[in-house]
Design a protein. Structure first.
Length: 254
């Protein structure tokens, strides 16, 4: 994000905060990515007494909507303007290869929906669950009939959104060093070259901040995000092998 885009976003946040204080009604952004959320985090103290909060539909959501609420409003009075929909595969049993996250995202954007209108997309056994701005619900329902070679239908998601994040998959990573590119490669089962490409392309974040240095040293508790691949939460170091490789635990979310 360049300086001009940053200033435009900062002005937008300030306008929403001022409107919330002036009208006494909550104001909302569209879905924000982690870089935009970071800008908001640095600004929000100046908006007092207006309260700023974020929601993406479930604990651990990456893309979230910001609310700007007058100080007298309670959290339970705030209703975020998004819906949770199920993109259900019509014949999941007969598909040779089920669609992946990038396939669902590409199909949604291919309908003409802007990225800022969409929150997280979580792939499940028989389709995907998507968080979407409420104003786009009917349009997506009418427009999206297929994802790749698969026919789909759109329905309201009736499960518990808080169960969607899951606990991730526990993995043990063996690396020669705790460099970012090495940890990413082993954590996501990719080559070192692929990991270097992700970093160079600006697809990698550490604790929701973009990182473009492949030799950054990774430590326990950090969350590594690769756009289009998922997240890796770094756990504890288990020890060092006889060959000198470091063994660490991690949880992978895809």
């Amino acid at each position: 994000m360049d300086n001009k885009d940053t200033r435009t976003l900062e002005n937008r946040f300030a306008d929403l905060a001022a409107r919330a204080e002036r009208t006494g009604y909550p104001q909302f952004t569209d879905f924000l990515d982690t870089a935009e959320q970071d800008i908001l985090d640095r600004m929000q103290r100046r908006f007092a007494p207006v309260r700023v909060a974020l929601s993406g539909g479930y604990e651990g959501a990456e893309r979230r909507i910001a609310s700007f609420c007058p100080s007298f409003m309670q959290d339970e009075e705030v209703y975020y303007p998004y819906v949770c929909l199920k993109i259900e595969l019509a014949d999941a049993r007969f598909l040779r290869k089920k669609p992946q996250h990038r396939d669902y995202l590409g199909a949604v954007l291919g309908c003409g929906i802007e990225r800022k209108m969409t929150g997280d997309i979580l792939v499940v056994e028989d389709g995907a669950v998507i968080f979407l701005m409420q104003e786009m619900e009917q349009y997506l329902t009418d427009s999206l009939t297929g994802v790749g070679a698969a026919d789909v239908r759109i329905e309201p998601f009736t499960g518990d959104p808080e169960q969607l994040g899951g606990d991730g998959k526990e993995v043990v990573i063996s690396v020669a060093s705790m460099r970012l590119d090495a940890v990413l490669a082993h954590g996501f089962g990719a080559s070192r070259g692929d990991a270097a490409d992700w970093i160079r392309q600006g697809r990698v974040q550490i604790n929701h901040r973009e990182c473009t240095k492949a030799d950054t040293v990774i430590t326990e508790g950090q969350i590594l995000t690769v756009r289009g691949r998922g997240r890796l939460k770094i756990g504890t170091q288990k020890g060092v092998s006889k060959s000198g490789r470091i063994q660490i635990t991690a949880r992978r979310f895809t």
